[in-house]
Design a protein around this ligand. Structure first.
Ligand SMILES: Nc1ncnc2c1ncn2[C@@H]1O[C@H](COP(=O)(O)OP(=O)(O)O)[C@@H](O)[C@H]1O
Ligand SMILES: [Mg+2]
Length: 234
């Protein structure tokens, strides 16, 4: 699915959290959205997910303004899991889509294995580690093969091993199903590992949007150079 943003605004009172004249996410692309705290990354992502009311502008999903909710999904920074088992959480989107039980079992088992969740399928989610919670949320998100997958800092505060498992799953979903992925991350190394395109946000505005290679090697903007060097943006 492609996503096109035109004159998108989100204001809270006097404060403008997002002000994006134009931004395009091609079908099948993996884009990392980076930027300092408070830049508007989460707000932008949740607007694309169709959650808060826009203050103005348009978001087009394959040219259509109605968000195709059944073909898209978002993994939140602090995912909400159903108070049940890991397996039931992953199965949930398949169950509500009326899939046959055997097919659900097969898919859930495969996803769990790929993410190292196999031994945890019957565990209740209460008491899971943060990494296990994020992996369960991701498995649930990709289980039904969404065309648009949005993730808000899915690897903040989890270990390297779980991070790499998550990245591998994202790339697999992108390669096999052509899933369009928008990943908010504060981790530039992660952006470099997984994303083909990078969007740098600051103060709710797009500073630079370019191919990863160009973004990191020959950024157009001085602000991007500073950000990559780890300097504070004003
Ligand atoms: N519901 C809200 N009410 C008022 N201000 C908000 C609200 N949500 C976000 N903001 C503000 O919008 C700005 C961008 O927030 P956010 O999108 O969460 O940034 P990021 O994810 O880049 O850290 C911040 O200054 C934040 O305080
Ligand atoms: Mg955020």
């Amino acid at each position: 699915m492609e996503v096109e943003i035109k004159n998108l605004k989100k204001v809270y009172g006097e404060f403008t959290a997002v002000d994006v004249p134009y931004l395009y996410f091609p079908s099948g692309s993996v884009t990392a959205v980076v930027g300092p705290n408070g830049a508007g990354k989460s707000t932008l992502l949740s607007l694309i997910a169709g959650l808060p009311e826009k203050s103005g502008g348009q978001i087009l999903y394959d040219g259509d303004e109605t968000p195709p909710l059944r073909q898209m999904t978002m993994v939140f920074q602090e995912p909400y899991l159903i108070s049940s088992t890991v397996g039931k959480n992953i199965a949930y989107p398949l169950r509500i889509r009326g899939m046959q039980k055997e097919e659900i079992c097969r898919r859930v088992g495969k996803l769990a294995d790929e993410l190292g969740l196999g031994p945890l399928l019957d565990r209740r989610v209460r008491g899971l580690s943060l990494g296990e919670i994020q992996k369960t949320a991701l498995a649930r998100a990709v289980s039904f093969g969404p065309e648009l997958l949005m993730l808000d800092e899915p690897c903040a505060s989890i270990d390297t091993h779980a991070t790499l498992e998550i990245e591998r799953m994202l790339l697999k979903s992108n390669m096999e199903r052509h899933t369009t992925i928008i990943l908010v991350t504060h981790d530039l190394a992660q952006a470099r590992r997984v994303a083909g395109r990078i969007v740098l946000l600051n103060h709710g505005k797009v500073v630079e949007c370019s191919e990863a290679e160009r973004f990191f090697r020959h950024p157009d903007r001085e602000e991007t150079k500073k950000f990559i060097e780890g300097k504070l943006l004003i």
